[in-house]
Design a protein around this ligand. Structure first.
Ligand code: CA
Ligand code: CA
Ligand code: CA
Length: 478
């Protein structure tokens, strides 16, 4: 457990205040142990699914000086961006000074297309993180040097649900009002695409399978037919595993939950229904059992943008039900590419029950115009007790308590369960973006979709001083 990294469970105001006070007087190690205990209690109490925070390349979590570097990261690895016109010799000499070896050079087609001439280096450095950053910051040739931070999915809790009110989130009263849109004959369209940037998605789930994108341009034949650098990305890509398997078992529950809210099949007499009865979801896995690295997030976002451009897909939104307290320049730049490619990034506010104005959570707290940041609401229209908030950082709330959706199951294969979390709230908004786009005669811009979503909110006084314009998602007037 590492405070400040992500939101493995629901931490309340008291704990935050306690943390701040303790920080002044007590050594960090003791505070961390104390908070680990508090968190474990919260997790047990609310039956939260705990996400392990151990690092992939090292079975022991990276030692972190929390006072200096906020967030979990890959040990002995940094991301470095060079300024334009730095010579190869100078670059190599900097690598030598840093004792760095190049693990990977990321310079995607999408980066080049939008004028990024220098790409991103993933460097292995045999130094402590603080030393590496301090040394790197001396070089004026670098735009930035930062840890390869690790993001975590925003956790969801599996609470009991009530059969007579299974899908309140899709209905009227305090739901999304999607049912009103459906009653007008609008149930989404396969011509609208949403990127599910998350853990994997169970693409063969009975209530998802027909709404999962199939890349007809790169069938399974061991050839990269569509020449995007990834062989047989027939159903998306797994950047965590480095292969085309976007579903790797029960660990991929989080992505499957999110996909069900965006677009579980409607009218098929099975399971649940998503915001869109029909839609094309592209699963891009970058979160594995240990979380997802920023370098993989950068590649995954580039992949989606590139698909949009190469195949002229109406990709309206990328769903980002994950985050970190760490500010990453590389992630910010990747979201900037999505902005240039006219794609929304819908981001979870997090489940820390804290103000993002005081404790930012990224990507939700980034200022990019293409980001919509989402808190969670209850079936009574109030802010969910676990939901983070912020008048500037959080745009709106959407249903996030007792949300019945698709999950993988060991015994049954396709299964369903109810969850809580801003992850699910986020998926309602990504779904609403797709539903809105499917109704318009002409494909709307990201800016227009965002404006439509924010202009149609229902204002609730109980959300004042908590969320943007004090509104919750309302699709009734689409
Ligand atoms: Ca390919
Ligand atoms: Ca192929
Ligand atoms: Ca269904």
């Amino acid at each position: 457990m590492n405070f400040g990294t992500n939101l493995i469970c629901d931490i309340g105001y008291l704990e935050v205040i306690l943390f701040t006070v303790l920080k002044l007087f007590v050594p960090m190690k003791i505070i961390l142990i104390l908070f680990a205990s508090i968190c474990l209690i919260s997790c047990t109490e609310f039956n939260f699914i705990e996400v392990p925070v151990l690092n992939k390349t090292n079975p022991i979590a990276a030692p972190i000086d929390t006072f200096l570097i906020e967030g979990e990261f890959v040990p002995n690895q940094v991301l470095v961006k060079f300024r334009d016109s730095v010579s190869v010799e100078k670059r190599d000499s900097i690598f030598t000074v840093l004792s760095a070896t190049v693990n990977e050079f990321i310079h995607t087609k999408a980066m080049k297309q939008f004028g990024d001439s220098t790409g991103l280096y993933v460097l292995d450095i045999p130094l402590k993180m603080n030393e590496a950053l301090a040394k790197g910051k001396d070089f004026k040739e670098l735009v930035y040097i930062e840890p390869n931070f690790i993001v975590q999915p925003v956790s969801t809790s599996n609470d009991p649900y009530y059969k007579d009110n299974l899908l309140w989130n899709m209905g009227e009263n305090f739901g999304s009002n999607a049912s009103i849109v459906w009653s007008k004959g609008f149930t989404g369209s396969k011509k609208i695409f949403v990127g599910v940037l998350d853990a994997g998605v169970m693409i063969q789930h009975e209530d998802l399978v027909d709404n999962m994108w199939v890349n007809v341009k790169d069938p399974l034949n061991k050839l990269d037919d569509d020449r995007n650098g990834l062989v047989d990305d027939a159903n998306g890509w797994d950047f965590d595993g480095g292969n085309n398997s976007v579903f790797d078992g029960l660990l991929d529950e989080h992505g499957t939950q999110v996909a069900g809210v965006i677009g579980a099949l409607g009218g098929n007499a099975k399971g649940v229904v998503g915001m869109n009865w029909n839609v094309s979801m592209i699963p891009v896995k970058f979160i594995g059992s240990q979380g997802g690295t920023i370098s993989n997030a950068v590649k995954a976002i580039s992949y989606l943008i590139q698909l949009k451009m190469d195949q002229q897909l109406n990709l309206v939104a990328i769903n980002a039900s994950w985050g970190t307290s760490a500010y990453s320049h590389s992630l910010l730049q990747a979201i900037g590419l999505a902005e240039k490619a006219d794609v929304l990034l819908v981001a979870a506010a997090g489940n820390n029950a804290t103000s993002l104005e005081l404790s930012p959570f990224y990507p939700a707290s980034f200022p990019n115009a293409n980001i919509i940041s989402v808190g969670a609401s209850t079936s009574a229209g109030t802010l969910a007790s676990f939901s983070s908030y912020g008048v500037t950082a959080v745009d709106l709330v959407a249903p996030g308590v007792g949300i019945y959706t698709t999950v993988p199951s060991k015994v049954l294969g396709s299964a369903y369960a109810a969850f809580n979390g801003t992850s699910l709230a986020t998926a309602h908004v990504s779904g609403a973006a797709a539903l809105y786009a499917s109704i318009q005669k002409k494909m709307p811009s990201a800016k227009l979709i965002k404006a439509a979503l924010l202009d149609s909110i229902v204002i609730q006084t109980n959300l004042k001083a908590k969320v943007g314009r004090a509104g919750r998602l309302n699709t009734a007037n689409f």
